[in-house]
Write a protein that binds this ligand. Structure first.
Ligand code: BES
Ligand code: MN
Ligand code: MN
Length: 496
């Protein structure tokens, strides 16, 4: 970022009042060392944001091999920022895929150790034409939800802007000498493509990654003024269907009506995947889904939610989902099946009269405790294979998957996150189950035997994976302020 651009950022932040010193009433737990972080944060905010801009300029799209050198460069920039923050033993650890960037600050061999996880890869940016400013040229803009400005760029919220808060929080704590525990960092480059090689890395580096709790900022909060902490993630089973009809594309006049049309057939097959109550029709799909106690469902219903605002934000005439469940339940505690892509035949300019030889679909299923992604993939495969429409053959290929995850609010890490968020946001955070997936989290629990705390700071409206992804400047700075409190409270919980 040029000196001129840095000045632009600084002016923007000043104009929006972002540089007003934060005043907060001290409570008994505010230690002198903690408060020393404030001046450092105030002084360095514009640098932090300009550094984040630099990180966002690298198109680290893990799914597309065209960008692999950018992904590698991003790993190097992450390592550079770790070293600059004062983190030791920084390594770019090779894997069969993109590298994991690792570093640590070991304060005390017997003290608690927190492992921070994040990902430096991002989703593809398409459709490019829907971006108001280019995805890899970060800009600051004011929105109704972010009156103090938001950073627009692919990866701003998911997850560069969020893991970067952790590097800046450590930098601030190292500068003021107030870090109360050991911290390890593991920032990977393949989360958006299923973290297959991170599993490889974790299995081989259990000692290096040994910790008491994992801290992750890769989720969201309910809304401005409604802080929340994620207590669960859904699992995932991702499948692809290839449906074949005739051995070549055919003239739709000469053959139409006499042979199965793969696109008609795949549409019929997909239409059968839900019944009239919005439930998935695959036999056995719900067998392991536990009915949650009504007390839990009542608590979930306490989270503020306006159906009208929800519909408005998405320009929807109405909502649709499984009968008997609220929108919040449908997107958190219930399993789902969605077509993510459907293609075949002619989609070019004008019209071509053709019956395609093949049709394809990509389908994801979000899973809840205690569904097993491998079992669900097999059930899906068996169902599709036995329902191939007359005159067609089907092939089902599983892609990545992951187990669901839940964290009990009684966990000391959760309690520490609760106190830290309350400290900075001024309100007790609400525990929420998220509909998204971070498949590696369940694997951490299995391989390392530790729980992950999902202390994320984005909003659903931040448009992750969509055009115009953004991350609020306030969310970024409040996140940096919250993280040190997590370490403080976690260390307290740990020694109690
Ligand atoms: N950070 C998201 C997951 C997320 C976002 C969880 C918001 C909860 C709230 C993560 O990067 C992601 O996109 N995960 C993928 C799964 C992955 C295997 C591609 C997802 O949920 O689709
Ligand atoms: Mn993410
Ligand atoms: Mn993502």
């Amino acid at each position: 970022m040029s000196v001129f651009e840095r000045k632009l950022v600084r002016d923007f932040l000043h104009k929006t009042g972002h540089f007003c010193p934060i005043r907060r009433t001290l409570n008994a737990q505010n230690t002198a060392t903690q408060m020393n972080i404030q001046p450092f944060l105030q002084e360095n905010k514009d640098r932090f944001i300009s550094e984040l801009f630099e990180l966002l300029r690298l198109p680290s799209i893990s799914a597309d091999p065209t960008y692999s050198s950018s992904v590698e460069k991003t790993a190097e920039l992450v390592a550079y920022h770790m070293r600059n923050a004062g983190i030791s033993g920084v390594e770019i650890c090779p894997t069969p895929g993109f590298p994991v960037v690792y570093g640590e600050v070991i304060r005390n061999a017997t003290g608690p150790t927190v492992l921070v996880y994040g990902h430096y890869d991002v989703q593809p940016a398409d459709p490019l034409e829907l971006w108001e400013t280019p995805p890899f040229e970060p800009t600051l803009r004011i929105t109704s939800i972010h009156p103090n400005g938001a950073i627009f760029a692919r990866g701003a919220c998911d997850d560069k802007g969020q893991f970067f808060m952790h590097l800046k929080a450590i930098e601030a704590m190292m500068a003021s000498g107030s870090l109360p525990c050991n911290v390890k960092f593991m920032i990977e480059g393949e989360e958006e493509i299923g973290s297959a090689n991170l599993a490889w890395f974790v299995e081989r580096n259990k000692e290096k990654l040994a910790c008491d709790v994992i801290l992750i900022s890769d989720t969201g909060m309910l809304a401005p003024g409604v802080p929340s902490i994620t207590t669960g993630l859904r699992g995932l089973a991702y499948m692809e269907i290839e449906l074949t009809g005739p051995n070549r594309d055919l003239h739709s006049g000469l053959y139409g009506g006499a042979v199965a049309n793969p696109l008609n057939a795949i549409s019929a097959l997909i239409a059968q995947l839900h019944d009239k109550h919005g439930r998935v029709s695959i036999p056995g799909f719900y067998d392991k889904v536990a009915d949650l106690p009504s007390k839990f469902r009542q608590e979930l219903g306490l989270a503020p939610f306006s159906l009208e605002q929800y519909k408005d934000a998405l320009n929807l005439p109405d909502i649709k989902g499984e009968d008997g469940y609220s929108t919040l339940e449908r997107t958190s505690i219930r399993p789902t099946l969605d077509v993510n892509g459907l293609w075949g035949g002619y989609i070019g300019e004008g019209a071509k009269t053709v019956i395609p030889s093949k049709a394809y679909a990509k389908i994801s299923m979000r899973l809840v405790p205690h569904q097993d992604p491998e079992e669900i993939a097999l059930l899906f495969q068996a169902y599709i294979e036995s329902h191939a429409p007359q005159g067609t053959t089907v092939k089902v290929t599983p892609h990545h998957g992951g187990h669901p995850y839940v964290c009990p609010p009684e966990h000391p890490g959760y309690r520490a996150a609760h106190k830290a968020v309350q400290q900075i946001f001024g309100k007790a955070p609400i525990p929420v189950r998220s509909g998204g997936s971070i498949p590696i989290v369940a694997l951490f629990e299995k391989e390392l035997g530790v729980k992950s705390i999902l202390m994320g700071f984005g909003y659903d409206s931040d448009a992750i994976h969509s055009p115009n992804e953004h991350y609020g400047v306030d969310n970024f700075t409040k996140g940096i302020e919250t993280i040190p409190w997590f370490y403080t409270y976690y260390s307290e919980e740990f020694t109690q």
